[in-house]
Design a protein around this ligand. Structure first.
Ligand SMILES: [Zn+2]
Length: 123
């Protein structure tokens, strides 16, 4: 069962998206006194904090910020034949597996192929 389901409806399950290209968090901050906004940074709030310090150093009265941490959610359609685990349809699941494990798997297969070729050459 997927451990990161946020909510399950009759037809859909909402999960945190951890796929390739989905950062754990997108951080940004805006000044509550003026319109200034920091750039957005993936997976790291440190650059945003540095931006806030620079802003208040330039304008010491601008000392209140709205900090944001955003992330991606994905809704997956629920299969009705099994009630418990929220499986994606087969095509989607295969696509996800390919996305999640594809490069490693392909890399491993290349290594094995190269190795077996090497061993063959030795014989
Ligand atoms: Zn400001």
């Amino acid at each position: 069962m997927s451990g990161d389901a946020i909510i399950r409806s009759a037809d859909w399950v909402l999960t945190d998206e951890h796929g390739a290209g989905a950062p754990e968090g997108i951080f940004g901050v805006e000044c509550m006194t003026c319109e200034a906004r920091s750039p957005l940074f993936d997976n790291d709030q440190q650059p945003v904090a540095v931006w806030a310090i620079h802003h208040v150093q330039e304008q010491p009265e601008h000392d209140l910020f709205l900090a944001r941490a955003e992330k991606h959610w994905r809704a997956v359609r629920r299969r009705h034949e099994d009630e418990d685990p929220p499986h994606a349809p087969a095509g989607t699941a295969a696509g996800f597996l390919d996305r999640a494990f594809g490069p490693t798997f392909v890399g491993l297969m290349c290594l094995i192929t190269a190795l077996s070729g090497y061993l063959m050459a030795l014989n």
